[in-house]
Every structure is written in structure tokens, then in C-alpha cells.
Design a binder for this molecule. Sequence first.
Ligand SMILES: [Zn+2]
Ligand SMILES: [Zn+2]
Length: 142
Amino acid sequence: MAELLAGHGYRITGPRRAVIDAVVGRARPFTAEQIVAELKRVAPELGRATVYRTLEILASVDVLSRFLRADGHPAYIVGVPGHRHHLVCSDCGTVVAFTRCPVDDLVRDLSRDTDFAIQGHLLEVFGVCPECRDEPPAIAPS
Ligand SMILES: [Zn+2]
Ligand SMILES: [Zn+2]
């Protein structure tokens, strides 16, 4: 991950390295605030802005994928480079990335009809994952 940043001309500073170490290999999605809280314990000198900025850099070089959760807050997941969209569980936050883009035709039509030079689009799909759906109903305390 660090090598990739260096390849894009970013300097690997100590704080950036700490953020990279904190996110590399994560299978679960995470938010910037989560990383801030975790790093506060091991590297209290690390600023919140550094964490946010480093995560954005990692997303810009395609190491992380940024997506919106059902509550509209941004989160990140490691991997799946290239153009992709996300299916997000509204309960537990599990993310399935998919690369089949259903928007291509629409973008082409829009561009033709409006003469916009279209630069990108976002598409997130929300739902409840099988594990959350299988959860037995909570028993109300009597
Ligand atoms: Zn779920
Ligand atoms: Zn797309």
C-alpha cells in the first residue's frame, strides 16, 4: 500500500504510515472516525485531519474504495480497484462491491442530450444482508 502511494508521488511520512498500517488488510468497512479513535490509543500525536487526508489519498489511488452508508455517512473498504459500486447492508454495514455498471447507457444518453462532459457518477444500493435477515426477533423484556 505504501509503495503504491510512493509510486503516485506521495511522501510516506510517519503519520501516513501509521494510517496505512491501521487500514491494511481490513476485511470490514470502516469510517475515518473509527481509525481516528483507534490511532488515538497508539499514536496520540496523530491529528484527525491527517487521518482524513490520508484516507482520501488512499481512495484517490484506488487502494481504498469510498462509499456512502445507508445513513449517508462516508465509509471505506479495502480493495476492489477500478470502477465499482456498492451494495451496503443498512443493519451491519457489510459491503459487497460490484463492477457491473448499469449507468453507462444512461450516462451516454445524458451526455448526448445535454452536451455535458460527464466526469463520474455514484451509485450505492442499500438492503439487509442474509445474516441480518436471519437474526431471530429480539425478545422484548417483560
Ligand atoms: Zn447485515
Ligand atoms: Zn458506474
